[in-house]
Structure formats: structure tokens, C-alpha cells
Design a protein around this ligand. Structure first.
Ligand SMILES: [Zn+2]
Length: 458
């Protein structure tokens, strides 16, 4: 099976040029001018961009969030991903207290393997840090799970303390994996919520007051100090504020291996949403920030201080899930959907608005996620020998982001009505078309589990 993609504009994190791409046995076998080999399929990509398949290293599929089940399983979640131009998701396998890591990985493989339309990998999000859990990490790394996460703000026992965080950083790094941290100060957030609740202020309107940027920046700075002490790299998930970016930048300027991810919603939506009647739709942690933070986030992406944009796709419905927290937002599951919208939204807010170059966009959505999470150069670029994972993007056909176009099962779209610049035309995974003009062509179970390489800081 060979496919010849003619006349496209190939765009990677480093280059842009017109070329033909020959795909053989699921891999890119040749890139060049006017390739004239015989192929079983020819695709004309004239006037279109050919980008490496986007990689989303932050999804929560078929899982429990704050005691509720997400409405997307691996079939609908990865179908939405594929339609939006994403060919790999790295999902958070969520350990439950008292459950081993091998058991957690087996559970996530059982959920994903029969259903995933795209290729997939897992991080494991730890619910607890103790000797039994830490001793399983090397075995997980051998199985291809090379990143682990803790949260400093988790509810109840999921909240990891400083000493446990140091143990976590050292044991994960020693095993050749990348430690990831959700950094907000949970104790201070509890205090602020208690004070607000005493005044009857528990709705999502008060999220900015309960989880201000300082509680994010404090936790980021603390973890940076702990990682420095532990002599390990650290990756911050979903960084949201200028205050936190400042801490990352100082550490990186000092030469410390600190990496950071942000999400489309922090770049596009802002805290004015919390003034709306259905504010709880936008309950996520950290919360959306005032719009001025966005300039700092875009600058940090251009300077390389933020390396990754992940969606934090958490599909929970408004009706019956989010709306349980209308009066008390902490009774709502946090997060919202975004795996399908990520590429088009960033192309619009970044490229169209002149805030990013195409190269930086590819780097943030594909190349750096592949490098940091052990998938490069098989994934994350367009090169001879790489998997033929690509998005053929039509920059001329605008569309509107909406619930109507979304393949997620979720009942609302956080970006409803946003005009998106261009559209994914064809999405190709290992040489097979898995989505065409927003419709899924790939089959459930067609995605492969990725055995990721040990972490090598990029
Ligand atoms: Zn998340």
C-alpha cells in the first residue's frame, strides 16, 4: 500500500517547502520534488498545508472526575481528536487509592485498545505517593509509560505534600521518566473557599477569588525549588497565569530543566466568563484568568518558556453534571472538552492573529510533545522514516467551532460560535485516512498503543 501526496506545502517546526510525500507501509519513505513513482492512491494537496499530526498530551477519557464519569470514552474522544487533526493522544490513566499501577495501566489499556481511533499512550496520574506505588514505576517505564503526574491541590488524599513530591520527582526521574505536576496550593485554596463560603460566595463567579494566580505561582515556585534540590526535570501541566510563567522563566534562565504546558482555553477564553449565568461551564483548574495574562502566555510560547499546548479535554455535560455546581461550583466536575478544537483554535488565535509562526505552532502542538514524551522522531515531524501521521490543512475554508460540529458526546462547546481559520481537510495516521473534512473514517480499535521511550530532556 503506497500513497503519494502531491503538491502540498510541508510545514515542520523548522522548515516550510513545497514537496511531494511518498508513504509506504505506514511510514514516510520519500519527500521530494515531483516524485513520479506509482502509488495505489494519489492525493492532491495543492494550496494546502501538510503538518505533522497533532499530538495532545493532556486528555481525560473514560475516567472519573470529582466523582463523575466523563461522557467521552476512547471511541468518541479519539474520534473528536482525529476530526480536529490530532493523531496521538496521551491520556491520564488515573490511579485510585490502593490500586497498583500495573492494575491501573491494564484498566486503561482495556478501555482504549478496542476503541481508540488514533494512536495513544498513557501517563499515570498518581492518587498517592508511597513505597508500594513508587516501586512499580520502573516496571511501568518498561511497559512504555514514561511520564507520571501528581497534583498539589487534589481533593483529599490525592493532594500530595512536599516530602512526597520530592520522593516522586526522584523516583520517577531515576526510572527514566518525566515527572509532571499540577501546581496550585491546595491548602490556601481551601482556606479561600471557606472564607468565601461563609459569605455565601460558593458559585463559579468566585473562582478567580478562590484560586488566584498567586496560589498557582507559589506552588510552581515551590516545585521548581524541590526539583532543583532533587536534581530532576519537571513538567508543569496546564499553566494558566503570567505569575506562574514568570517563575518558570526564571528557572529556565538559570538553566534548570523546567517544562511547561498551557491550554487553548487559557489563550482564548478569559475570566469574564465567570460573570455569566452559566459560569460553571467554565469551571476548570487553574481557572480562566483575566485577559491580560494571555499576552504573557503567547510571549512565553515564542521565547520557548512554554513548550506544549495540551487540551486538558475533560468531557462533562452541563446538564446533570456541571449544573450540579450552579450554587457551589466545587460540587461540579471540573474541566471541559477541547480535543477537537485545539488545532483550529490555535491556528486562529495564534497564526491568524499574528501571535505565533506556523513553525512554533507545529512545535507546540506536535514536535515538542513528541520530544518531551518519548515519541520523537517516530511522531512529531515529517521526515523519511517517521510514521506517516499528518494533517492536510486547508487554510482557506473557515468554519465555526460549535456543539453541532463536535464529535465529543458533551452537550456544549466552550468555544461556541468562534470562527476558526481554515479546517483539517484530511487527517492521516500511518498512511491511512482517519478523518476527512470533519468526519471520522478511522475505525475504533485502529489506534495503536505507543510504547514511549525513556525521557530525554529536549
Ligand atoms: Zn487535566
Amino acid at each position: 500500500m503506497t500513497t503519494l501526496i502531491k503538491n502540498g506545502t510541508v510545514i515542520t517546526a523548522a522548515d516550510m517547502y513545497k514537496a511531494d510525500i511518498l508513504v509506504k507501509n505506514g511510514m514516510i519513505s520519500e519527500i521530494g520534488k515531483e516524485i513520479s513513482k506509482i502509488a495505489s492512491e494519489i492525493i492532491d494537496a495543492a494550496d494546502k498545508w501538510i503538518l505533522p499530526g497533532a499530538i495532545d498530551v493532556h486528555t481525560h477519557l473514560d475516567t472519573q472526575v470529582d466523582g463523575m464519569t466523563t461522557v467521552d470514552d476512547f471511541e468518541t474522544g479519539t474520534a473528536a481528536a482525529a476530526a480536529g487533526g490530532t493523531t496521538v493522544v496521551v491520556d491520564y490513566a488515573q490511579q485510585e487509592p490502593g490500586t497498583g499501577l500495573a492494575q491501573t495501566l491494564a484498566a486503561w489499556l482495556a478501555k482504549a485498545q478496542p476503541r481508540a481511533v488514533t494512536d495513544f499512550g498513557f501517563h499515570i496520574a498518581l492518587a498517592e505517593v508511597n513505597d508500594s506505588v513508587l516501586s512499580e514505576i520502573p516496571q511501568m517505564v518498561d511497559a512504555g509509560v514514561t511520564s507520571f503526574k501528581i497534583s498539589l491541590e487534589g481533593v483529599g488524599e490525592r493532594r500530595i505534600g512536599d516530602a512526597a513530591a520530592v520522593d516522586f520527582l526522584q523516583r520517577v526521574a531515576a526510572a527514566g521518566a518525566l515527572p509532571c505536576v499540577h501546581a496550585e496550593n491546595g491548602e490556601v485554596i481551601d482556606l479561600l473557599w471557606r472564607r468565601l463560603a461563609a459569605e455565601g460566595k460558593s458559585s463559579a463567579k468566585y473562582l478567580p477569588a478562590a484560586r488566584p494566580p498567586e496560589v498557582e505561582a507559589e506552588a510552581v515556585a515551590r516545585v521548581i525549588a524541590l526539583a532543583d534540590l532533587a536534581r530532576t526535570p519537571v513538567y508543569f501541566t496546564n499553566l494558566a497565569s503570567a505569575h506562574a510563567v514568570e517563575k518558570v522563566k526564571i528557572a529556565r534562565d538559570r538553566g534548570q530543566s523546567v517544562y511547561a504546558e498551557t491550554c487553548p482555553h487559557y489563550l482564548i477564553l478569559n475570566s469574564s466568563r465567570y460573570e455569566e449565568a452559566d459560569a460553571v461551564k467554565y469551571y476548570t483548574t487553574p481557572p480562566l484568568r483575566p485577559a491580560w495574562h494571555q499576552d504573557i502566555l503567547w510571549k512565553a510560547m515564542n521565547s520557548g518558556d512554554i513548550q506544549v499546548i495540551g487540551s486538558d479535554h475533560t468531557a462533562v455535560n452541563y446538564a446533570g453534571q456541571k449544573d450540579l455546581g450552579l450554587d457551589n461550583c466545587q460540587q461540579s466536575p471540573r474541566g471541559f472538552a477541547g480535543v477537537q478544537e485545539r488545532l483550529a483554535a490555535i491556528n486562529t488565535a495564534g497564526i491568524q492573529a499574528g501571535r505565533l509562526t506556523l513553525h512554533r505552532m507545529v512545535d507546540l502542538l506536535s514536535t515538542m510533545p513528541a520530544r518531551l514524551f518519548g515519541m520523537f522522531p517516530r511522531k512529531g515531524t515529517l521526515a523519511v522514516g517517521s510514521d506517516a501521521d499528518m494533517v492536510i490543512y486547508d487554510p482557506r475554508t473557515d468554519h465555526y467551532l460549535s456543539k453541532a460540529m463536535a464529535l465529543s458526546r458533551v452537550d456544549y462547546c466552550a468555544y461556541e460560535g468562534m470562527r476558526a481559520y481554515g479546517s483539517p481537510w484530511l487527517v492521516i495516521q500511518r498512511g491511512r485516512v482517519i478523518a476527512r473534512e470533519g468526519k471520522v473514517m478511522g475505525r475504533p480499535g485502529g489506534g495503536e498503543f505507543l510504547i514511549r521511550a525513556r525521557a530525554g530532556a529536549a
